[in-house]
Design a protein around this ligand. Structure first.
Ligand SMILES: [Zn+2]
Length: 290
């Protein structure tokens, strides 16, 4: 039962006290129940998108509702949320698009159901086929989210277990812990660099990696794979092999762990490759030399 206990304490620490009560359902699944149900201002518009899984694993849906939880006090949060919220949402949308493109690259080798999905979610422009990813949007209630993103920022709560990782998530889970407490991040759609000259890490490959875990992918040792345990400068997009791996898990029937649930014992964090850290240090030294 210690597994269950840690799951419950994880949930409790993740959401503000008094916001939600949690309950056990048949001691198998864990849901949170609100004394006063959270009112989603826009949910009626999106229900159709969020609740229709596109594949057997039920994670890949027509729309990704994201609930962002800031780990810190209100005063600290006020100075941080605006720009970072947009960066996370845009990064998530691009990460999702990049995964879809990795399927598109493999289209001829995929199961007919995935080929049909690609046809439905892409369009022809000249000689190219362009992928149009399901939309990403924020929701006001964690219960309605497909993903919960817990953001640890510089002056906020310390990242759990004091690990120097960039992010953490569970395989088949839908909660992503983003470590902006120990790392600075930026959003760069074009992905020329993993890290900019100011030392900010590009949030897109980090979110793509964690999204890969949510779909059910494990760490790989493949060359330039986005699912490598350490983020590499060359791992900017999911590779063709990453796309083939994704296609397999999308056809595997899993529910995925409920959003907001997180067990740190079940996951491995994403690290920065040594060579990137060294390059960043060289850059920092060069600056102070000037
Ligand atoms: Zn990982």
């Amino acid at each position: 039962m210690s597994f269950l206990k840690s799951a419950i304490s994880g949930l409790r620490s993740s959401f503000p006290k008094g916001r939600a009560l949690f309950c056990l359902v048949a001691s198998i699944g864990i849901l949170w129940c609100n004394a006063q149900p959270c009112q989603e201002t826009n949910q009626w518009k999106y229900q159709d998108y969020t609740q229709k899984p596109l594949f057997a694993n039920k994670v890949f849906t027509k729309g990704f509702g994201v609930y962002i939880q800031w780990q810190g006090t209100k005063k600290q949060i006020a100075t941080r949320t605006g720009g970072i919220r947009d960066a996370i949402l845009q990064g998530f949308q691009v990460a999702l698009t990049n995964w879809g493109v990795s399927l598109l690259m493999n289209k001829d080798h995929l199961d007919p159901s995935i080929q049909k999905y690609i046809d439905d979610y892409s369009f022809k422009q000249g000689n190219n086929r362009l992928y149009n990813a399901p939309m990403v949007f924020t929701v006001d209630c964690p219960e309605d989210a497909n993903f919960v993103i817990l953001v640890y920022f510089q002056k906020g709560k310390k990242f759990p277990d004091d690990k120097n990782v960039l992010a953490e998530s569970q395989i088949k889970g839908r909660t992503i812990l983003l470590n902006l407490h120990d790392h600075q991040a930026m959003y760069e759609q074009r992905l020329f660099d993993i890290r900019d000259s100011a030392g900010n890490l590009n949030i897109v490959p980090i979110l793509a990696h964690e999204l890969g875990h949510s779909f059910g992918l494990v760490h790989t040792t493949g060359h330039a794979s986005i699912m490598a345990a350490s983020l590499d400068l060359i791992a900017r997009f999911p590779t063709q092999q990453d796309g083939l791996d994704l296609a397999k898990v999308l056809l595997t029937a899993i529910e995925g762990t409920a959003p907001g649930y997180f067990s740190p014992t079940d996951c491995a964090g994403l690290k920065e490759k040594d060579s990137i850290q060294k390059a960043a240090k060289r850059q920092a030294n060069a600056k102070t030399d000037r």
